[in-house]
Unconditional design. Sequence first.
Length: 210
Amino acid sequence: MSAFSCPNCQTQLTAEGLDGRRLFCPTCRQEVEAPPAAPADLEAFASVPMAQPDSEAVRPLRPRRRAEVYYDDGFIQVTGDGLLIGDRRYPLRHVVDVEKFGEVRPERRKGPWRVAGIVVGCTLGMILFQVGVNIAPIPGLGLAGLIALVLGVGFVVLGITCALRSGKKIEEHAVVLIDHAGSEEEIWFRGEDRRDKVFAALRDALAPAG
């Protein structure tokens, strides 16, 4: 039995039957390497059973895959170690499967013309409405006041309509990374073709090395 400290968080670890192998620290979740067995303990080491993958002991990580690039378009890169999108990195060490799907969703941001319609419509509508209220009682200006009131209400309705109207629909596509615990992480793409290429590359990266 080998006991040692994690070099990252100093947690005391026990690597029973795993001397010299790369392990996963349950406290800081960093990869560490257990010290090799001492020559005097070889007989005892040979009699110790290997830890089972589902035990509570420190477990070895999935072996690193070769550092091969499966996809690279200058912004998105898929290698045997992970998925890199700009400055975001998604490690594949604990990923066991990948899926894909697509959906149509409304645009998240309001366009500049919609924002301008809301601001101008509501502001101008309130001004005209107030002007109409003020000049309608004045003799000789009743018609002008009525027109101002109607225009004010119309502009306010226009502004409210721009605010409530849903944006254009956008078709988006995603890949889903699934780890050994069943947790899922969605990664969205605007283009189906790019999503499919990344999905195929991730499949290749997760496939057993031949």
